[in-house]
Design a protein around this ligand. Structure first.
Ligand code: PEP
Ligand code: MN
Length: 340
């Protein structure tokens, strides 16, 4: 349920509405927006009687939200959510491009690629310090050392860092370095971890689980937003299907579906979605054409030598041609890509 009140409603009236919601055993959420003052109600809705609220001063409208997810839905908040990361606005006209290697491998490797990306005008560097790997024998990341190198890159090159928190023990260390915390596909339904990360109030890149439906992705985002953290960037990264020609099946259907049903920004990871480097530029372009707010792309200075995901990593020159093409495409879908 959603209570809409006049923008200039007295605080006293707003508090009366919130107190009534609490007295019914539900939780009130003041939803950011600039056209109306909106208070979302979550919790057992059977006791909430629409007419009781309509009688209260300053209440203009009471709307029933039909979806299972509430706070992340467009029904609750019709305006797009814009996320400000150090002055970069995500979810608006400007495309978000996050690029970098799958993993931090050494100080030299991360400084090499970060320097090249910065030169191209990329402002967000991705690289995992803690890596969730399918095999226990595969490279698991440089862990704390990797975070240290990322902190140095941030200090020396001023890039925004996107890196994954794998479990509760890594949240604090990751939080100290990351500008955006990545929550990986394998953890999308690790609800206690999601809640903990949500509480940090940091921007979160929430990747879709490889077997998760769009509704499940949005319900996971709801766990974060219900911690009053609206800084959630959704990410489509491919799902498991019967198709084996590519690593995953990039579900671009999800983009217009999510855009219609949620106010949160959504970006696409064509690298994990496709898994084969030479198919990635085409799917990156298709992602932006389908209305995504940006991309996260694996770029390695020397893909043949990568410790993880080398086969799906672009080299710097292929990536550079891709961003030039994206710059041409952006205005066609009312977006822009500023590289400087
Ligand atoms: C990654 O970004 O390197 C990664 C492990 O992604 P995902 O969680 O989508 O598999
Ligand atoms: Mn990877």
């Amino acid at each position: 349920m959603l209570i809409l009140m006049g923008l200039n409603s007295p605080r006293e009236h707003i508090n009366q509405v919130k107190e009534k919601i609490i007295s019914l055993g539900c939780t009130p959420h003041e939803i950011p927006g600039d056209s109306k003052l909106a208070i979302g109600i979550t919790g057992p809705s059977d006791k909430v009687v629409k007419e009781d609220f309509l009688l209260m001063p300053s209440v203009e409208e009471v709307v029933r939200v039909s979806k299972k997810y509430k706070l992340v839905s467009r029904e609750m908040k019709s305006e797009d959510t814009l996320i400000n990361v150090n002055g970069n606005i995500i979810g608006g006209e400007e495309l978000l491009i996050i690029a970098g290697p799958c993993s931090v491998e050494s100080r030299d490797q991360i400084f090499d690629i970060a320097g090249q990306l910065k030169e191209m005008g990329i402002k967000f560097l991705r690289a995992g310090a803690y890596k969730p790997r399918s095999s226990p024998y595969a490279f698991q990341g440089l862990k704390e050392k990797g975070l240290e190198y990322l902190a140095d890159v941030k200090k020396e090159l001023g890039m925004n860092i996107v890196t994954e928190a794998l479990n509760q023990n890594t949240i604090e260390a990751v939080c100290n370095v990351a500008d955006v915390i990545q929550l990986g596909a394998r953890n999308m339904q690790n609800f206690t971890l999601i809640e903990e990360i949500g509480k940090t109030q940091k921007p979160i890149l929430l990747k879709r689980g490889m077997s998760a439906t769009v509704e499940e992705l949005l319900l996971s985002a709801e766990y974060i937003v219900s911690q009053n953290n609206y800084n959630v960037i959704l990410c489509e990264r491919g799902i498991r299907t019967f198709e084996t020609a590519t690593r995953n099946t990039l579900d671009l259907n999800a983009i217009p579906v999510i855009k219609k049903n949620s106010h949160l920004p959504i970006i696409v990871d064509p690298s994990h979605g496709v898994g084969i480097w030479d198919k990635i530029p085409a799917m990156a372009m298709a992602s932006i054409a389908s209305g995504a707010d940006g991309l996260i792309v694996e770029v390695h200075p020397n893909p043949e030598k990568a410790f993880s995901d080398g086969f799906q990593s672009l080299n710097p020159s292929t990536f550079k041609s891709l961003i030039a093409k994206l710059q041409e495409l952006a205005p066609v879908v009312n977006k822009k890509l500023t590289l400087n």
